[in-house]
Structures are given as C-alpha cells and as structure tokens.
Design a protein around this ligand. Structure first.
Ligand SMILES: Cc1cc2nc3c(=O)[nH]c(=O)nc-3n(C[C@H](O)[C@H](O)[C@H](O)COP(=O)(O)OP(=O)(O)OC[C@H]3O[C@@H](n4cnc5c(N)ncnc54)[C@H](O)[C@@H]3O)c2cc1C
Length: 426
C-alpha cells in the first residue's frame, strides 16, 4: 500500500456513486441514521452514463420518479426543488412534459451529489478483503486504485455494492476486444463522436434504445458518416409505457413479484420485457423512419437498416473491420471503419469486486432486503443494488424503485445498528 486511510472505520462503505447509492445517501441523511458512511466512485467526478449523453436524448421515466419524491416529496433533493433552485421551474412547466432531457437529469443528479458529499472520487474499488481471523470476520478492507495508479484502503463494518452493469460485447468480438475500432455504446460520446471523419463507414449493432439513439445521432452529424443499423429482428419495436403495463414499476410491486414462485417470475419478466429490453421509444422510431424516407426521396444511400441480420463473425481486414452476416437465406459481409455494439450490460455479481469475499457468500442472490446471505461468522452486512431483477422485478435496474429501495435498506441498517448497540450495552 502506498497510501492508507485505515485509521477510519466506516459503518457503511458504498461501491459506486450512481443514482442507487445517491438515493441511499439521501435516505440515510433524512432518517438521521447516526452512521459514518463513505462512497467510493471510480470516475473523477459525478457523471451519469457520460458515454450516452447524446444531445436531445430524453429520460424514459417521469421526473417524479427522481431520487426521493416517492418516499419523501418534501425532501430538498427532489427534481422539483432542483428546478426551483436553478430558476427554471416555470420554463420547465411551459414545456408540458414529464420527461426531462438526459442532460438535465444528469445535471440534477450532479446537483444532489455535490450537496451530499460523502464520496471520494477517482477511487476504483479493485478488491474487498475480510478482516478477522479464520471464519470470524468483523469488518472488510475495501481496496481502491486511482487514475495515477495510487492505492488506498478503507475499512468498513458494512457494504453496499451498486456498481451498475458492465458493458456487454457479444462473443464474436472476443479476438478483437482490444481493437479501438470495436466499441460499446457506453463509449459513444467519448470515443466515437470526437473522432468522426467525413464519409467513414460505421455499423451500429442492436435493436434497443441505445442503438437507435446512436444511429439517429450519427445520421444528424455534419461529418455525414455512412451508417448501417444491424438488427436480428424484422423491425425496431416500440417500448410499451402504457399505464396498465407501467404499474409493474410501482415500488409496491416488488413485494408481489418477490413472493411469486420462480417460474411465475420468469414468465412475467418475459411477458413484460418490451417495457425495457430491445425496444425503442415510438417517437424515435418515427424520427428514424422519416430520415430514411427523406433519404429515399433524394435517392441517397448513406443510412441503411439491415434487419433480420445476425452477426456471425467479426474479423480484421487490415484497414477496416469485416462483419460477417447470416440472413434467413444465406451469408454476406461488409466492411466498416468502426463497429459500435449497443448490446446491453452484464450484471453478474460474482464477477464484481465481491470476488475477494466470495468464499463467505452463501450464494449470490439477495434477500428481499437486498442483503446477501453470508456464512456464519461473517458479520458485515453486504447489500447489493441493481442486481436483483430476477427476484425483485424489472424495475430493479431502473430508477423507478430507488427511493423506496433506499428506505428499505436504511430500515435494515437501522435494525442492525440497534441490535449491535444492544449487544454492546449488555
Ligand atoms: C444510456 C442509459 C440511459 C438510461 N436511462 C434510463 C431512464 O431514462 N430511466 C431509467 O429508469 N433507467 C435508465 N437507465 C438504467 C440505469 O441503470 C439507471 O438509470 C441507473 O443508472 C442505475 O443506477 P446505479 O447507481 O445502480 O448504476 P450506475 O448508474 O451504472 O452507477 C454505478 C456507478 O458505480 C461506479 N462504479 C462501477 N464499478 C466501480 C468500482 N469498481 N469502483 C468504484 N466505482 C465503481 C460507476 O462508475 C458508476 O458511477 C439508463 C441506462 C443507460 C445505460
């Protein structure tokens, strides 16, 4: 260790300072839980999906589902109070929308993060080590690395892990993962946009909101790249945000979903997957359709939609990348300067920073209270946010339940501290 912060033992350390842990910090502050907390964030400052901060992209959720309103609408951290403090309340009302731009929501989240404090930035958690003897573990050391390679260690009595998803590239990329021309949507604004060259050929792979947003954005860029949107299905499908379907995102639905047998949960997730997976906002579909229509009127061919096309391979053809396509009636290939995979995110708990204490986990599924079941003798509580879709429902990776989930975690934390204080007093 070149640097240590070991003298401080925190009651709770959080990995990641995205919306999940922001919401939790608010809940801790507002319930006046007397605990010492620290959040560790890999990024140099607050940023919410910076690689997808596409100009003009809107939120897919009402501003009333901010970090706190559903739990405490009187909080000073509501989106409405943010508008008030920024002097934009009336202008926002005049826009007659529930859906702020992604840029504005990111600004709201950053505004909250700045007020809350409690976070050390530029601290990528690289490991968690048990502190104790043998199977008796009373705390954990959370090991971090900064951008300059410096290491730091923080000691915690309890953990809350909320690192979000990891960019998922399909197996065809395996041999070219490190090639800078092979990209994930996650890196679009940072690694694609600043380096666009006039006339280059770009493939965007995927059928969801990110793929559609990137295709649409590239279509509007002055560099005028040639862009193919490649999707397995017959057509882009609209996301379903109709009111009856939307009810599944209500926080109280978590109990109902969690109480279902495993088979019924899987069936419900499959039935309602068109709320979130491989679907696109209807207005964006219309926008893209109109662009392709206008292009056909002008007899141009810069933008193309290759549907019913599966990516069978990816190879390096020297100056370019070659994509190998499989269609219903045969194979074909095409060359691109860059290929952007908008193929989603992986959420596998055993592959996160938890592997250092994996041997103490009973299993990697959380309980109803978002807590992992740990073996006897391991006393730190380990909460996990955003990795329980299978057991808690489709809202688990989204913003919909953050306010309520935070309250539930705080309740368990509060019980834990009461119990420990009672033991200490005996
Ligand atoms: C482009 C995009 C748009 C979206 N739009 C919406 C929307 O409109 N509505 C909605 O409900 N959901 C949306 N989502 C879903 C999204 O998952 C949630 O909005 C939200 O970001 C979840 O918050 P989180 O804190 O759990 O995860 P994240 O926002 O991913 O935050 C995790 C944080 O942990 C940090 N981190 C990761 N690993 C480490 C480590 N080892 N050490 C330290 N820090 C680490 C990351 O840097 C990040 O800051 C969107 C997702 C994407 C990708």
């Amino acid at each position: 260790m070149t640097a240590t912060d070991q003298e401080k033992t925190y009651d709770l350390i959080g990995v990641g300072f995205g919306p999940s842990n922001l919401a939790l910090t608010i809940a801790i502050e507002e319930t006046e839980l007397p605990i010492r907390v620290k959040f560790l964030e890999a990024r140099p400052g607050f940023a919410w999906h910076p690689g997808m901060m596409i100009p003009g992209a809107d939120m897919q959720i009402s501003f009333l589902k901010d970090l706190v309103s559903q739990r405490n609408p009187q909080s000073r951290y509501t989106f409405v109070n943010y508008l008030h403090e920024k002097g934009r309340m009336n202008a926002f009302i005049n826009r007659k929308t529930f859906f702020p731009s992604r840029v504005e929501f990111n600004d709201y989240l950053g505004w909250v993060a700045e007020q809350l404090g409690h976070c050390d930035y530029d601290r990528r958690v690289v490991g968690i080590e048990p502190v104790g003897q043998g199977n008796t573990v009373g705390a954990v050391d959370v090991l971090t690395q900064d951008a300059a390679g410096g290491t730091h260690s923080y000691r915690a009595r309890n953990l809350v892990i909320a690192p979000g998803g990891t960019a998922r590239l399909p197996p065809v990329c395996d041999s070219l993962k490190a090639d800078p021309r092979v990209l994930h949507s996650n890196d679009y604004m940072r690694k694609v946009v600043p380096h666009l060259r006039p006339g280059e050929r770009i493939a965007v792979v995927g059928a969801g909101q990110s793929a559609a947003e990137i295709f649409n954005d590239l279509a509007e860029r002055p560099e005028a790249p040639h862009v193919d949107l490649i999707l397995r299905g017959h057509a882009m499908k609209p996301s379903d945000d109709s009111p009856f379907v939307n009810e599944i995102f209500a926080p109280e639905q978590t109990d109902a979903f969690h109480a279902m047998p495993e088979g019924a949960r899987a069936a419900l997730r499959a039935e309602l997957s068109a709320t979130n997976y491989a679907v696109v906002d209807e207005d964006l579909i219309l926008d893209i359709y109109t662009k392709l229509y206008e292009q056909s009127v002008l007899g141009e061919g810069r933008l193309a939609l290759r549907s019913q096309t599966r990516i069978a391979g990816l190879s390096d053809s020297g100056a370019r990348l070659r994509l190998h396509f499989e269609h219903r009636h045969g194979m074909s290939e095409a060359e691109y300067d860059r290929v952007i995979f908008a193929t989603g995110y992986l959420r596998q708990l055993d592959e996160t920073v938890l592997h250092g204490i994996a041997g103490f986990c009973e299993d990697f599924r959380t309980g109803r209270d978002y807590r992992l079941s740990m073996k006897d003798g391991f006393s730190p509580a380990v909460f996990v946010q955003g990795y329980s879709e299978v057991s808690h429902g489709l809202s688990d990776t989204l913003l919909s339940v953050l306010a309520q989930r935070s309250a539930e975690i705080v309740e368990t934390l509060s019980d834990l501290f009461d119990d420990r204080q009672a033991v200490a007093a005996e």
